[in-house]
Design a protein around this ligand. Sequence first.
Ligand code: ATP
Length: 623
Amino acid sequence: MSNRSTSDPDSTLQPIKLLWKLMSGFRAYYGRAIFALFVFTLINYATPLVGSATLDSAFSKSAPESPLTRQLIAWMGGAEFIRNHLWFPALLMIGLTLLAGFFSFLKGRFAAMASDGIARKVKDQLYDHLQRLPAKYHDRAETGDLIQRCTSDVETLRMALSSQVVDISNALLLLISAVPIMFLLDARMALISFTLVGPIILYGYFYIGRVKHLFLEVDEAEGQVTRVVQENLTGLRVVRAFARQEFEMKKFAEPNKLYRDRSLRLLRLMSWYWSTSDLIVLAQQGLVLLSGAWFISQGSLTVGTLFAFIMFLNILLWPVRQMGRTLTDLGKSAVALTRMGEILSEPEESKPPGNCVPDGPAKGRIEVKDLVFSHGEETAAINGISFTVEPGQTLAILGPSGSGKSTLMHLLLRLYDYQSGSIQFDDRELKDLDRQWVRSQFSVVMQEPFLYSKTIGENIRLGREGAANEEIQEAARLADIHDTIRGFPSDYSTLVGERGVTLSGGQRQRVALARALLRETPVLLLDDALSAVDAETEATILQALRQRHGKRTTLVIAHRLSTLSHADRVVVLEHGKVIQQGTHEELVVQEGLYRRLWTIQNAVKAEVELSTGDQSPIHPISR
Ligand SMILES: Nc1ncnc2c1ncn2[C@@H]1O[C@H](COP(=O)(O)OP(=O)(O)OP(=O)(O)O)[C@@H](O)[C@H]1O
């Protein structure tokens, strides 16, 4: 995250603190919303007071006891004038209601401007921060859960900020301002009116406190549903191929049921809350009505004052009763905020101040010495590897599955930092070099290349922004994919993915290779990058790469010896250790894994040639 310091890596930001921070830049909008709310509240109170003054002027012979009502009658032209011009208070009340509506609109508008702005900002920050988190974080994070935090949790927060913040201010403002006005009107009635307000608020507070944990549980259950759907959609083909639909449906039914059960439980508890608080509100209104009627019959209260109290209660009790729901939603928002805070408080990929950015491009010399790295507690994935690659040389890396080949590539890219030993890049320790600079010196084709839902041309251009079309085509030619692209309906403008062509595994690898070749960095890393390409195409690509030999350092991981045999040097890994090292010619005469693989692959080749009668080499195993 750009504006978050990395100095407090372990602190999980408190929701309130985080919210305050997120609100920066938008607090003025809230100020305006609260001002509009204040005016709205004042007008809201004026309407019943005008009604009360009108009723007392029309029906009461004597002047009302309340000095507030007397003053209001005087402002409105006196009891006589009001009695003879009833249209005037009617118009006044309509005007006041319209004005209240206008300020209510302003309040909503400013609050929405603030909440939408904050939601956008927090989404940007989350996205930005996720880009900067280390590979280790993404290794253990669940994608579905992250998506939920960045979408529905942000939406929960947005809703809270657009309505709940204003609702709470509204209720507080109403309560604070109602007390003096109601006491000025009639102290006895004011006391009676507030009898049950305290219990309503306390009841809401304690009830919500007790069911709060359920909000988190419902949220977690929703997260599980998202996770299962996301996993299922990602692996849809595997599910179909293994006829696992039945199993997947059961797998989905479980979290779905859990979500339903928890939501229902929450709903049940909340409906208890709502009905009970409704009962208290009704009891409060009944109490005011009954005591008002009693005081009127005793001649100690005017009809106008009772009217004003009934109106006040209507204005006051609704938001006070609503406090329960507002607190409920605030509980949800606090959970959502905490979940977002957990992401935002994750430390970014470290950027030690000592890391340097050398001038100009690297030469591409790599010297690895006694390198040790483990992903966690388990045995080291890289366990004391040493080798050297001179600038422009090609190093091939071979080894059984799980021997640490990809991990080695990831260490070179500084996706992880090694625990001991050293990697010298152009005679400087890799750990002392700026990560971004290191990555800018490497082009990489990963084991499972990722292409965006863009056009093929745009996907290749990602290698170098601003590359000319001719350069893109040249890279595609080198990767032997140019003719295939030409055959697509829209050439290089053909979309990849759901809305366009579905590329085969080999085609994807070649597009990714073209992207890496376009980058023209001092080092090229190919992590099993041609595994899905047929042998003939592979030979063509290797031939093209050989012609560029010496221009850039190349590290190539592969299982086919045909891919590896042209390398200047081959390193054979097993269990994270180098078990053999040398040129193809040296290794092929040495006892060991390389020779065994060589024999097996040659035997297979010979068998294929025999069965097809084809005497030409399938692919150039020897140089
Ligand atoms: N992100 C990770 N977290 C934990 N362990 C990992 C991670 N990535 C790899 N490993 C473990 O590290 C070891 C080396 O894995 P690596 O992917 O480097 O092997 P590889 O030689 O590239 O295998 P393959 O040829 O199958 O791609 C394996 O035991 C693997 O389980």
